[in-house]
Design a protein around this ligand. Structure first.
Ligand SMILES: Nc1ncnc2c1ncn2[C@@H]1O[C@H](COP(=O)(O)OP(=O)(O)OP(=O)(O)O)[C@@H](O)[C@H]1O
Ligand SMILES: [Mg+2]
Length: 247
């Protein structure tokens, strides 16, 4: 499908089943037999009704949730020769390094870090990748400015900000690190039309720069503007089963 050198992510036979240990071991199959590839410059948009596992899939791709079956391979661009790395069996340390250098994630809600200023919350991922603090702050300021986060807020921790302000801080933090792969979970849900348009431009610039994006966008106009491909998720038809024997 793609020129192989452009491929960044390869998902094969991915399945995720939750076992609810405090509910008598009820097993909830959410993802089944997911197959797809994603390449540089592509924005694959996950679609499907609420509860079909879109956020779960993003969390599996970030190594937050362990897949029950199947494989997730991504290209480790931080290592010479850009070898493929299997995420589902990678040791924790490798996963943390991939998150620092290769794969970024904009969650739906900002996980605020107490007492850290907004400017530094945004600059941190770039700083962690070895960029000097002053330069990381400059890049952070540039993104916060474009996302219309008022300058008077930059020295304050974002914990008390409005939903839309926090979401823009979160987007800036996700974009600043220039990760080659970026996962976006409804990044525009709390934004007004003007800021949605800014996010669309930032996403288009990321794609032009050859980054590979996987995202969830409920807003149809945003989806149409950024998607290069849709990946529809189907509800898993298998009934909920109760685990038998020892779990
Ligand atoms: N940690 C968890 N433990 C148990 N069940 C979970 C967990 N995370 C998600 N689920 C279940 O997996 C299913 C899919 O959830 P998910 O959040 O991935 O859906 P979604 O497609 O992102 O929905 P939405 O569009 O509403 O955000 C839901 O039924 C949810 O209850
Ligand atoms: Mg979701």
């Amino acid at each position: 499908m793609h020129d192989d050198s452009q491929r960044m992510l390869e998902v094969r036979g991915l399945g995720k089943m939750f076992t609810l240990h405090n509910q008598g071991g009820i097993r909830l199959p959410v993802l089944q037999a997911i197959d797809f590839d994603a390449a540089r410059g592509e924005c694959v948009v996950l679609s499907g009704p609420s509860g079909t596992g879109k956020s779960t899939l993003l969390r599996c791709l970030y190594g937050n949730y362990l897949a029950t079956e199947g494989s997730i391979r991504l290209r480790d661009t931080s290592v010479e020769g850009e070898p493929w790395m299997e995420l589902t069996t990678a040791p924790e340390q490798h996963v943390l390094r991939l998150r620092r250098d290769v794969i970024g994630y904009v969650s739906q809600f900002l996980r605020a870090i107490p007492r850290v200023s907004t400017l530094d919350v945004v600059a941190e991922p770039l700083q962690q990748r070895g960029t000097a603090l002053a330069e990381a702050r400059e890049r952070a300021a540039d993104l916060l400015g474009r996302l219309n986060v008022p300058r008077r807020l930059w020295d304050l921790p974002p914990a008390t900000f409005s939903g839309g302000e926090q979401q823009r801080v979160n987007i800036a933090r996700g974009l600043v690190g220039n990760h080659p792969i970026l996962l976006l979970d409804e990044p525009t849900a709390s934004l007004d039309a003007g800021n949605r348009a800014v996010v669309v431009s930032l996403i288009q610039e990321a794609l032009d720069a050859g980054r590979c994006l996987i995202g969830i966008f409920h807003d149809e106009a945003v989806r149409d503007a950024v998607a290069t491909r849709l990946l529809p998720l189907q509800p898993v038809s298998q009934p909920v089963s109760r685990q038998t024997g020892a779990a």
